[in-house]
Design a protein around this ligand. Structure first.
Ligand code: CTP
Ligand code: MG
Length: 248
């Protein structure tokens, strides 16, 4: 294998170990069905749809790795895509770290993609990979915000929260996944930034803490995160629209 292809082999790490507390009671979020297929399978297929991605590492719920492995064996992936399953940790940051530790040596570019964003289009995945190949150490897809955002001072439960600041909306972006990284940069970020409290929810933010540049590329409406019950309704509507459009 030439040095160049070594440098450019791309893997996607999919943290899928969360419980999905905000979605309400039930199976771990990544294993819940969207139109009959587990959310995780949609997310894995979304990564495997990119010709750039040769390996998918799924980070399963801590006690659910065998079940997730069986699931991936059941649903066919493109032949060019390998997959691995590792058990996750107590925070997203720890789960991503456990996924990174499983990467083979010949991977040069890493995508980190939430299982909870099952519908990201392949164009977004490819745009992120391309920006890393073009030399950016860290790339995040992002969209402008619909809502104005305010920073508040947290108050006791039930008390009104004082506003401390209103950033200019036009300069804000809501970030999505897959986020793309030069492998060594992301490893260094995970080696450097300690897990504090709930841990980092955004890998690019950890790279920012190293002082390395992070760039934004256009995200996609369909890359939204399934977080609350209404998001399930939206996700199934998107799938129904895709199916209808495929019919023509
Ligand atoms: N995640 C993970 N390991 C954890 C926590 C989260 O791998 N210990 C993953 C989730 O499975 C999800 C992604 O990180 O794919 C984004 O997290 P989030 O949307 O917050 O999912 P949950 O943590 O499962 O949901 P909640 O916060 O509502 O419990
Ligand atoms: Mg969470």
């Amino acid at each position: 294998m030439s040095d160049e292809s070594r440098q450019y082999r791309t893997a996607a790490v999919i943290p899928a170990a969360g419980r999905g507390v905000r979605l309400g009671p039930g199976a771990p979020k990544a294993l819940r069905a969207l139109n009959g297929t587990p959310m995780l399978i949609h997310a894995v297929r979304a990564m495997a749809a990119s010709r750039a991605v040769s390996l998918v590492v799924v980070v399963a719920p801590p006690d659910g790795a065998p079940e997730v492995k069986r699931l991936l064996d059941t649903y066919a992936l493109p032949e060019r895509t390998d997959y691995l399953v590792v058990p996750g940790g107590g925070t997203r940051q720890e789960s991503v770290r456990l996924g990174l530790d499983a990467l083979p040596e010949d991977i040069g570019i890493v995508l980190v993609h939430d299982a909870a964003r099952p519908l990201v289009p392949v164009e977004t995945v490819d745009a992120v990979v391309q920006a890393v190949r073009d030399g950016a150490p860290a790339v995040v897809p992002a969209l402008p915000l619909a809502d104005t955002v305010k920073e508040i001072e947290p108050a006791a439960q039930g008390e009104p929260e004082p506003v401390v600041f209103t950033p200019e909306r036009a300069r804000l972006r809501a970030v999505q996944t897959p986020q793309g990284f030069d492998r060594d940069t992301l490893m260094r970020a995970h080696d450097t930034v300690a897990v504090a409290g709930e841990g980092a929810t955004d890998d690019a933010g950890m790279v920012e803490q190293l002082g390395e540049p992070v760039v934004v590329v256009p995200g996609h409406e369909e890359a939204f995160k399934v977080t609350r019950p209404l998001d399930l309704v939206l996700a199934e509507a998107v799938l129904a629209r895709r199916r209808a459009n495929d019919g023509f």
